[in-house]
Design a protein around this ligand. Structure first.
Ligand code: PBG
Ligand code: ZN
Length: 334
């Protein structure tokens, strides 16, 4: 009878009883500094620092406190950041003119950050919602629909401004169709295509998990929602078509956002485009959820399991507000 149960060829436990063996059973799931990108919120006032109420340990920084914060993280091995500009003094209008006016905090900070941190890879989120009076990610027609052509033209203009100011990656999060080609064409026209890459928020879903971020950025739409441009949560098909379109238009990197509820989309995208590095944005709502999971040691264990799952699903880089904590964890392990 015992023979039926104890069949030698069905024993798996012999392959992972030792921690080194377990590592071999988890290929391509390690978390190193280059697998992490840190999103930062940049204020207009160079000396200000403001905690974000809905996100423990996350702050919005003016340039000077941001530099001090980054100095410490770069020392710990931080490889890359993603910058979001926030304006309160500059005007918000229908065309989002503050997105690329000379006083824009991102445009002003870029040359200084590049000079201060020559080895840090600097990406900039490109969108109009922090700068438009209506709070939408594109421009609107008089009757309130998205003006496709005008939006794409404007997004490309803003992306080019950030690229000229020193952004090494431009990352359009607006979800307007065809913006990748428009941005690539703009980069080519200024001979920047080989020193600036395009990270497309290709599979960005209309998620309820952006809540804390919209509070932080004060970028929630005044009227309506983003369901006409962000993808419906149930649509794997639109996600596949969006990724295919962005690859065809010249995206260097793809992204799935949010992460954890969309790991099937991560796998489908990686399987289809294995040669395009794939990013996950672990969004503000995911951050807030994990922070509430328990004490600091439980949070760390759950965070690592989550990041491992994302890597297993096919993500090469994870954009995460946990970057400072992750760097501490990585450094302690070594
Ligand atoms: C807006 C933008 C959003 C995020 C990044 N860029 C939110 C939105 O679409 O409303 C979400 C980031 C997060 O929740 O952490 N273009
Ligand atoms: Zn937006």
């Amino acid at each position: 009878m015992n023979q039926l149960f104890l069949s030698a060829e069905h024993v798996l436990q012999g392959g992972y009883f030792h921690s080194t063996l377990r590592k071999l059973q988890e290929p391509n799931t390690s978390i190193e500094a280059h697998n992490i990108m840190y999103p930062v919120f940049l204020l207009e006032d160079d000396n200000l620092i403001q905690p974000v109420a809905s996100m423990p340990n996350v702050c919005r920084y003016g340039l000077h406190p941001l530099i001090s914060h980054l100095e410490e993280l770069v020392d710990k091995g931080l490889n890359s950041i993603l910058i979001f500009g926030i304006v309160t003094a500059l005007p918000k209008d229908a065309s989002g003119s503050s997105a690329d006016c000379p006083e824009n905090p991102v445009l002003k900070a870029l040359p200084k950050l590049r000079a201060k941190f020559p080895n840090l890879l600097i990406a900039c989120d490109v969108c109009l919602c922090p700068y438009t009076s209506h709070g939408h990610c594109g421009l609107l027609t008089p009757n309130g629909a998205i003006d496709h052509a005008a939006s794409v033209r404007r997004i490309a203009e803003v992306a080019l401004a950030y690229a000229k100011a020193g952004a090494q990656i431009v990352a359009p999060s607006d979800m307007m169709d065809n913006r990748i080609k428009a941005i690539k064409d703009a980069l080519v026209s200024c001979k920047l295509q080989n020193t600036v890459s395009v990270l497309s928020y290709s599979c960005k879903f209309a998620s309820a998990m952006y809540g804390p971020f919209r509070d932080t950025m004060k970028s929630a739409p005044m009227e309506g929602d983003r369901k006409c441009y962000q993808l419906p949560p149930g649509s794997a098909g639109l996600a596949a078509r969006a990724a295919a379109r962005d690859v065809a238009e010249g995206a260097d990197f793809l992204m799935v956002k949010p992460g954890l509820p969309y790991l099937d989309i991560v796998r489908q995208t990686k399987d289809k485009y294995p040669y395009h590095p794939l990013f996950i944005y672990q969004v503000s709502g995911e951050y807030a959820m994990i922070c509430r999971c328990g004490d600091s040691s439980e949070v760390q264990t759950i965070l690592m399991e989550t990041l491992t799952s994302m890597r297993r699903a096919g993500a090469d880089c994870i954009i995460t507000y946990f970057a400072p904590l992750i760097l501490n964890m990585i450094n302690k392990k070594q």
